[in-house]
Write a protein that binds this ligand. Structure first.
Ligand code: SAM
Ligand code: SF4
Length: 336
């Protein structure tokens, strides 16, 4: 026996949120996320969907209440709907929310099924409403496809929140149109500061870094924002817009620390567990999982040992003007 089932880290934070990157592959190549010629992991390194299910189920047994499936693009992994279907059995035994972060390209195909399985909310990443700009930032994406995906999700009764990376010189001039586009569709929107994750080729993230303090000040020139204590269990801080009633989230890993309330860990598609998005430390759960195919206890012990090493916080720092490659892995590896 291991005492309490919960996972508590050394700073007394209960780990109740698991983000699972089910693939490092993607049908887009967003310029801030990937280089044009990404080298992906060999298939043999990936956990099978059955292994992912087993590992996620163990986490749920240890008190994880929210599971977010991400990637890469999660909906391009073959058989992923079977994974959703299976893991949704836990929605009746401890798991409170099963959700997904997606680029939306495949949502039109899968929205109905996701809704049937019990997915109530999805995050769709969208940085611009302009088709040409969309094509340039995603390199391979088509805006129309994402719009159809969002429509399909709404049609299936799934709430959609937009995730928008704030990019200086790119979507500054769309700030109000993005917020309004969401308001008329009763959608929340969260802005994210660009993070120094992985080499992306010639792009300089420092140049496109748009601090959300500035973005918010710009919003407040026209709108009334009232800070809200509401949380969706993630790192965003929210404000309500008095004029529209919608929520605007701000994920500011760089200009503010959000670590003190961190309740989450990240599992990659190869079974690495990252205790902090902004630190290199990780635990290899694949080996223990494969060495003990019938016995959950050693896997639980490995998870607990990893949680015992969860750091107090990250140390991303743009002020040193060394951003690109500060964290060697890409966001698509850990899943954002
Ligand atoms: N492909 C899915 C998507 O785009 O939503 C899921 C994975 S993606 C890595 C998750 C989120 O990370 C997206 O909202 C994306 O915009 C964001 N992201 C990727 N690279 C980033 C970076 N360097 N800084 C900040 N956000 C980033
Ligand atoms: Fe793919 Fe998402 Fe990264 Fe864009 S942000 S390249 S959609 S993983």
């Amino acid at each position: 026996m291991h005492g309490l089932p919960e996972l508590i880290d050394p700073f007394d934070r209960q780990i109740s949120y698991l983000r699972v990157s089910v693939t490092d592959r993607c049908d887009f190549r967003c310029t801030y996320c990937m280089s044009e010629n990404m080298v992906f992991l060999p298939k043999r390194d990936l956990l099978t969907l059955e292994e992912l299910d087993r590992l996620c189920s163990i986490f749920i047994g240890l008190g994880v209440k929210k599971l977010r499936v991400t990637g890469g693009e999660p909906l391009v992994r073959r058989g992923i709907m079977g994974f959703f279907d299976n893991i949704s059995r836990h929605l009746t035994d401890g798991l409170e929310e099963l959700t997904i972060t997606t680029n939306g390209s495949q949502l039109a195909r899968f929205a109905e099924e996701l809704a049937r399985i019990g997915v109530r909310r999805v995050n769709v990443s969208l940085d611009t409403l302009d088709a040409d700009k969309f094509a340039s930032i995603t390199r391979w994406g088509r805006l129309n496809q994402v719009m159809q995906g969002i429509e399909a999700a709404h049609g299936a009764g799934i709430r959609v929140k937009l995730n928008t990376v704030a990019l200086k010189g790119f979507n500054e001039n769309e700030l109000f149109s993005l917020v309004e586009w969401c308001a008329v569709r009763d959608m929340d929107i969260t802005f994210i500061e660009v993070m120094p994750m992985g080499e992306i080729g010639s792009q300089d993230r420092l140049q496109s870094y748009w601090p959300l303090t500035e973005l918010r000040a710009r919003l407040e020139e026209k709108l009334t924002l009232v800070d809200s204590a509401e949380s969706t269990g993630g790192p965003a801080r929210y404000a309500r817009v008095t004029e529209t009633g919608q929520r605007i989230g701000f994920i500011t890993p760089l200009s503010h620390k959000f670590c003190e309330s961190c309740n989450r860990v990240r599992l990659t598609c190869t079974g690495e567990l990252f205790m902090c998005l902004g630190q290199e430390d990780k635990a290899d759960l694949r080996a223990v999982l494969r060495n003990h195919p019938q016995d959950a206890a050693p896997v639980e012990a490995a998870i607990r040992a990893a949680i015992a090493r969860k750091p107090e916080g990250h140390d991303f720092d743009y002020s040193r003007r060394r951003v690109s490659g500060r964290m060697s892995r890409h966001m698509s590896h850990t899943g954002g």
